[in-house]
Design a protein. Structure first.
Length: 450
């Protein structure tokens, strides 16, 4: 008896220590079993208390009265599957007649308290079937991406959602995106994760960093073109517009619109072309869009109009040509001048880190998900990397990218330097790489001798 008591105390102490220091390990060792039992035991009573049951069918009531049996109890949604994951539980429910998916979504907070889970989120899989994802701990406190992710062509994992699922950046589904964030909000780390995910793929990376290249130029070996000033950016964007026109001419000559060609083989974008003819897709990363839109003189205003016009053209027409935009900035508002709202309308994906003003949040989510505006401006300053991600469908999620240092991103870009394509039209903008002594001035040199 004494040995059993000591062993029980040790197990309880180990469980408490794991729950405090390593919640993911605690969940896999103890939490998942306890949570599954708790859900199965409390399921009927919790659903009844949350108003997620329906009265029994009339024929059941009539049969019970005719046979003098007890009246049947209200019926909750039927459990089709209970699947444990590394972050929580996934409950798939079959709704009863008269129930709606919004009933489950409205009761998410009550289900979270009743099942003693950290978070509950629901989504409709198909008509009458709802998937309820429950997390057992705060997965965004210490982000750990799964070892295996569902990567495809032009689809990379960049962050973790609050329900434990992976947040992907899918360029085939959402060609262009807008990423906003104040200083020290984690926007740069999100951008590094994006570059790190794209580095192993067969894609050309083009960067525009008007902060003299301090963010993107360390990753230069994986970039096919880089611009560090508005003047160079204007010329680079013109070259991309010219490339887009060339790609469209290629698609036009290879459409194969004849009677004997099946409809599925008719080319309408680069992904319909044969592999040997398909141009390399291009991802354009703009680090600070406000630097491209600001001007102080007439000459700078003409340059600004030229840049914004090129960006709008690429956003409107670039998808079929395999040119995708990633627009980043600390501030994005209509005061940046004409054409900004037109550009915003073409940026389907929206990601907002902590913002200092409600105007930028409205520019990000006001037209697609008004509920996300308040969530974006309420992110605390100490929670770096937290962000709100949404798209044109109206849905939004809280996400957090794993911390990736600049050194880690540089090492990854250097590892895949052989995948950097050499595009002839972008050759004048190809970054020159050298040793650290060539790129960085010596710290020992005094101002007088430097």
């Amino acid at each position: 008896m004494t040995a059993f008591t000591v062993a029980l105390v040790l197990v309880v102490a180990a469980a408490g220590l794991l729950r405090w220091r390593r919640p993911a390990w605690y969940w896999l060792a103890f939490g998942v079993t306890l949570a599954a039992l708790r859900v199965l035991v409390r399921y009927r009573s919790v659903m009844d208390a949350c108003g997620l049951t329906v009265p029994p069918a009339r024929w059941r009531l009539a049969l019970a009265r005719a046979t003098n049996r007890p009246i049947p109890e209200p019926r909750p949604p039927r459990i089709r599957r209970l699947r444990p994951t590394r972050t929580g539980l996934v409950l798939r429910l079959k709704l009863r007649p008269g129930q709606d998916v919004f009933d489950i979504a409205a009761a998410s907070d009550r289900l979270r308290h009743s099942f003693s889970m950290f978070g509950v989120a629901s989504r409709e899989v198909r008509s009458g079937v709802v998937e309820v994802r429950m997390t057992g701990y705060d997965v965004l406190k210490r982000v750990q991406m799964p070892a295996e992710t569902d990567t495809r062509a032009m689809r990379v994992p960049v962050a973790l959602r609050e329900d434990g699922s992976v947040h992907y950046r899918d360029y085939r589904a959402i060609p262009h995106a807008l990423t906003l964030g104040a200083t020290e909000s984690g926007k740069s780390v999100y951008q590094r994760n994006l570059v790190a995910g794209l580095a192993p793929l067969d894609v050309a990376l083009v960067g525009i960093d008007c902060k003299q290249g301090v963010e993107l130029f360390p990753l230069a070996r994986r970039f096919s073109a880089l611009a560090d000033s508005p003047d160079t950016a204007a010329e680079l964007l013109d070259a991309l517009v010219a490339r887009m026109a060339d790609v469209y001419r290629l698609i036009r000559t290879q459409q194969r619109i004849t009677v004997d060609v099946p409809d599925a083989e008719i080319a309408a974008d680069i992904w319909d072309l044969p592999d040997e003819l398909r141009p390399t897709p291009v991802v354009v990363l703009v680090d600070e869009v406000a630097e491209l839109a600001l001007y102080a003189t007439k000459e700078e205003e003409r340059r600004r109009d030229r840049i914004i016009t090129a960006l709008v053209r690429l956003a409107q027409l670039g998808r079929a040509a395999g040119i995708y935009l990633e627009i980043c900035g600390q501030r994005f508002g209509s005061e940046l001048g004409k054409g900004i709202t037109m550009l915003r309308a073409q940026l389907t994906g929206r990601t907002a880190h902590r913002l200092n003003d409600e105007t930028s949040a409205n520019m990000a989510f006001g037209d697609i998900a008004p509920d996300a505006v308040l969530a974006a401006i309420q992110i605390p300053a100490e929670l770096r990397g937290f962000a709100i991600a949404g798209d044109a469908s109206g849905g939004w999620h809280r996400i957090r990218a794993p911390h990736t240092s600049l050194r880690q991103a540089v090492n990854l870009c250097n590892r895949y330097v052989d995948r950097t394509p050499d595009l002839p039209e972008l050759a004048p903008f190809r970054p020159t790489t050298g040793t650290a002594s060539e790129l960085v001035p010596s710290a020992k040199a005094s101002p007088a001798t430097a």
